[in-house]
Design a protein around this ligand. Structure first.
Ligand code: 1AL
Length: 371
């Protein structure tokens, strides 16, 4: 292991495309949903310092931008969370102490098990942190920064202080088998981080779902998962089950033009729990010249059961919300959406109530991860 503290530095900005020398990474856990996605309700609720750049930038969806000409009153305008340079105690010890660090607290949009994080230091070349660490806690309800900073809040270390590379995607696998609601990201001793992604599995509170009765069984917020899809060319099929309406074309699922005849595009979802499906909504918002021509919906009860029809092949309108009451309510754990021959779907809602068995499974999952 090198002891050179500059071993992870990026080269100074060479001009031209700022991403030309970016060190990207391929991390297996990035297929899982980002629990810190703003669209799920996540937020960076506090930071001890954000002198150079605001903490909120950490959760922006788009890649960080860098404009070499842009300076403000405080310095270089950076698209990330950037703290000032820490100083030691006096002229004889000008460096910060070994445990000096800056922190930001993130409320997860959906509580869940964290499988991996990406700490993206894009464009932070000479001012990225030497190390980062990550802690997590469980705080139900809507605690504010003061509540989370209280002495009695227990933070568990998910990632001890670990070196990161500048101008790079730094991925870290997380192995803690617990359901977390908040995380704290630390930079040691100071520096800037462009983006933070917290990939994992949503674990809903079964008591809340039971209280609601009819829920969207497919919603990411309730624990629905996009398991697989025929095509991810333009945008992620997981977006079909995000909360809220789609606001532009790439906010939904758009596949490429299918040229192989007698085949079709499809997406398979695992529902939050085994449930009685009563009604489905399909929205093709912002998909005008490329909405799915027809769709069909199938259900399956169990990991290996046979697929059965929920909705026969049905014509869709572009840029339109559609409501489909099911002729007969059906018990399912999975739903498959087939698009003919190809084309996009912005959102799908699968309305129904979890069965007693589904709720029982959710309760034991929740109990095992909160004990
Ligand atoms: N060129 C810089 O980015 N310098 C400083 N940062 C900002 N944002 O000005 C620093 O000290 O890290």
């Amino acid at each position: 292991m090198t002891t050179d503290p500059h071993a992870n530095d990026a080269a100074p900005y060479p001009g031209g495309d700022p991403y030309a020398d970016y060190r990207s990474g391929d991390f297996p856990f990035t297929t899982l949903v980002d629990l810190a996605d703003r669209r799920l309700g996540a937020g960076v609720i506090a930071a001890n310092d954000e002198f150079f750049a605001e903490r909120e930038n950490l959760l922006v969806r788009e890649p960080a931008v860098f404009d070499p000409e842009r300076f403000g009153h405080k310095g270089k305008i950076m698209d990330g969370w950037e703290t000032r340079r820490r100083r030691g105690t006096g002229p004889g010890s000008p460096f910060p102490s070994a445990d000096d660090h800056d922190w930001a607290i993130v409320r997860l949009g959906a509580a869940g098990v964290i499988r991996g994080v990406v700490v993206d230091t894009a464009h932070f070349r000479g001012n990225y942190p030497q190390k980062v660490s990550l802690q997590a806690t469980v705080a139900e309800g809507a605690p504010g920064p003061g509540d989370l900073l209280a002495e009695d809040v227990k933070w568990e270390e998910l990632l001890p202080p670990t070196p990161v590379r500048g101008h790079a995607a730094n991925g870290f696998e997380i192995t803690s088998e617990r359901r977390w609601t908040h995380i704290r990201l630390c930079q040691h001793p100071d520096g800037g981080i462009a983006r933070l992604r917290v990939h994992g599995e949503v674990v809903p509170d079964p008591a809340w779902l039971e209280l609601l009765g009819i829920i969207d069984l497919a919603s990411v917020l309730n624990g629905g998962v996009c398991e697989d899809a025929s095509d991810r060319f333009y945008s992620s099929p997981t977006q079909i089950i995000l909360p809220g309406t789609s606001r532009k074309m790439d906010d939904g699922w758009e596949n490429r033009r299918r040229r192989v005849r007698d085949t079709n595009d499809w997406v398979r979802f695992r529902l939050a729990a085994q449930g009685v499906v009563r009604a489905v909504e399909i929205d093709t918002a912002y998909l005008k010249g490329n909405a799915a021509g027809w769709i069909a919906l199938s259900g399956r009860d169990g990991e290996t059961g046979d697929w059965f029809e929920l909705l026969p092949r049905t014509r869709l309108q572009p840029d339109t919300p559609h409501r489909f009451p099911l002729a007969t309510p059906a018990v399912a754990t999975h739903v498959r959406l087939d698009a003919f021959p190809d084309g996009g779907v912005a959102r799908m809602r699968v309305h129904g109530e979890p069965t007693a068995r589904g709720l029982g499974e959710l309760r034991s999952l929740y109990a095992g991860l909160t004990a």
